[in-house]
Design a protein around this ligand. Structure first.
Ligand SMILES: Cc1cc2nc3c(=O)[nH]c(=O)nc-3n(C[C@H](O)[C@H](O)[C@H](O)COP(=O)(O)O)c2cc1C
Length: 306
């Protein structure tokens, strides 16, 4: 390979000058010179998204993107057929639909731990999700034992205990609402009671109303610089939820973690997550202690065709 100064290394010998890489490049940084593709000499990672579309599309396999880690194609718990799957080929829509419709949030787990290889493979699949401007600024923090999960669970519970105490103060709620900060009043009207009950059950019955007894949690965060960090995190989470189902794992997104860690930055410090990161999704995982029997329906969505 002939290295250029750009993140895109195009080997001129096999390049046939077909222009495929030019058509697929979202940043318009590749052009033809003497019937050979070349990346603009001033291209840096600010201009090149490092998305790898040119590498993926080149019929001559003449392009290398050194920043892309081929190790992420290696999975420990299953074999990946690395052959490109063209649209409409290879996977039946009905099989995918069955997977999508059969994934359900799991709220009862057995205590069997989830091994690290599985978590690692799920994360490797997560990062194949799209990300805004291909930032790929995901961070994944895995809690791999019940004791780790409980450290987070107790910190979240303490946060909501403090929030409930604040929300019980009607004068404070109304005063805040008067100055346009109605969040506490909204919380009181919509969540206070159920959170209070959950905290009581956690403390008196030892029931894990937050993580539902899950032996593992993946926290998906972002490091600084991502353009759409929340969306990126939820898309990555979507991959994890579906893939986990194929591996025999149950999952559940836990929104309370996101709300608490956003409001109280000290919680993530307890887990050794740097202050510069923000948590956008928490996925509880484990082997399900419940067996759904059938695909149930969904509410009717609003759909428009124009
Ligand atoms: C952003 C988000 C946050 C959620 N937070 C929680 C949560 O804190 N606790 C919980 O038990 N379920 C949580 N869920 C799961 C939803 O309740 C669940 O997806 C919904 O009821 C539909 O059920 P299904 O996932 O089985 O299809 C969350 C889901 C989403 C998308």
């Amino acid at each position: 390979m002939t290295a250029t100064q750009t993140p895109v290394c195009i080997d001129p010998s096999p390049c046939s000058g077909c222009g495929t890489c030019i058509r697929v490049c979202p940043s318009d940084i590749i052009s033809l010179k003497n019937q050979k593709a070349r990346a603009a000499p001033d291209t840096d990672t600010a201009r090149c998204l490092v998305c790898g579309h040119c590498k993926a599309a080149c019929p001559e396999n003449a392009i290398d993107i050194p920043a892309l880690d081929p190790g992420l194609h290696d999975f420990s718990t299953f074999d990946l057929d690395p052959a490109w799957l063209p649209p409409g080929k290879g996977v039946l829509t009905s099989d995918l639909a069955r997977l999508i419709c059969s994934r359900r949030s799991c709220r009862n787990y057995n205590p069997t731990p989830v091994n690290k290889e599985m978590l690692q493979d799920l994360i490797h699949l997560a990062v194949f999700a799209p990300s805004g401007t291909n930032s790929q600024a995901w961070t994944f923090t895995c809690l791999t034992s019940r004791s780790e999960v409980l450290v987070l669970g107790n910190a979240i519970k303490d946060f909501f205990k403090r929030l409930n105490r604040k929300a019980e103060n009607m004068i404070l709620r109304k005063a805040l609402a008067l100055v346009g900060a109605g969040t506490l009043d909204h919380y009181y009207n919509n969540y206070y009671e159920s959170v209070k009950t959950a905290i009581e059950q956690m403390e008196t019955e030892n029931r894990d109303r937050l993580f539902h007894g899950a032996p593992a949690v993946i926290l998906i965060g972002s490091s600084p610089g991502a353009s759409c960090p929340k969306e990126d995190a939820l898309l990555a989470a979507g991959n994890i939820l579906l893939a986990a189902h194929t591996m025999g794992l149950g999952t559940c997104l836990i929104g309370y973690v996101v709300a608490a860690t956003e409001a109280d930055r000290s919680i993530q410090q307890k887990l050794g997550i740097p202050d510069s990161e923000t948590i956008h999704a928490a996925v509880a995982l484990g082997y399900p202690d419940e067996t759904f029997q059938r695909i149930s329906g969904r509410k009717q969505p609003t759909i428009r065709f124009r």
